[in-house]
Design a protein around this ligand. Structure first.
Ligand SMILES: Nc1ncnc2c1ncn2[C@@H]1O[C@H](COP(=O)(O)OP(=O)(O)OP(=O)(O)O)[C@@H](O)[C@H]1O
Length: 179
């Protein structure tokens, strides 16, 4: 049986990072993708911060399974990381890349459907500037213009979202609900 990885998608402020971290407490390992951008703060969660030299070394070994270039920095995930993980926070554009680069893994996409007002409020509370928020909203509009995912979930109450996700993971991997 193929290994399954759950892809978490959603606009900025929808709660992807928070959910990936929370799922870690239930034993689901989330990928922290590599980036050459400098960390915004000490111990920033969500990425492994590396140099351009590291990036070149991974590329030469054909280790890079998913890649994006954003604001002049490399963002990528390695084949080893995929083999060792259960959950991956990714952009919609990354899905097709993953599916065509990595044939030995089954990818299931879960979109967090959170309305714009809520996302803006969460970003404000998180400390994002007006300018950052406006920028995220317009980039997201483009990124999420086609919404075709395997599952679509609200993320209003965090504990509820986590419960539903665990249920989906269980059903998709164990066949716990098969006849
Ligand atoms: N269900 C929820 N209820 C209330 N607050 C939430 C919920 N989920 C996430 N948050 C909070 O909303 C903020 C945004 O969440 P998070 O940073 O996880 O979003 P994100 O989708 O990863 O955003 P980005 O794409 O910008 O990195 C965080 O401060 C987080 O703690």
């Amino acid at each position: 049986m193929k290994k399954t990885i759950f892809l978490i998608l959603g606009e900025s402020g929808s709660g992807k990072t928070e959910i990936a971290r929370e799922l870690g407490f239930y034993g689901y390992k989330a990928i922290q993708s590599y980036t050459t951008r400098p960390a915004r703060k000490k111990d920033e969660y969500g990425h492994i911060f590396c140099s351009d030299v590291d990036y070149d070394a991974f590329r030469e070994k054909n280790e890079i399974a998913a890649y994006s270039w954003f604001n002049d920095y490399h963002y990528f995930t390695t084949r080893t990381q995929l083999a060792e993980s259960d959950v991956y926070v990714v952009d919609p554009d990354g899905i097709e890349d993953l599916k065509s680069n990595v044939k030995n893994i089954n990818f299931i996409s879960i979109y967090l459907n959170v309305d714009e007002d809520t996302r803006v409020n969460r970003m404000k509370k998180r400390g994002d500037s007006e300018e950052t928020i406006m920028n995220r909203l317009s980039v997201d509009q483009q990124k999420f213009r086609y919404k075709q995912f395997d599952y679509c979930l609200p993320n209003d109450k965090l504990t509820k979202t986590i419960d539903i996700m665990r249920y989906i993971f269980d059903a998709e991997t164990d066949g716990a609900y098969d006849e």
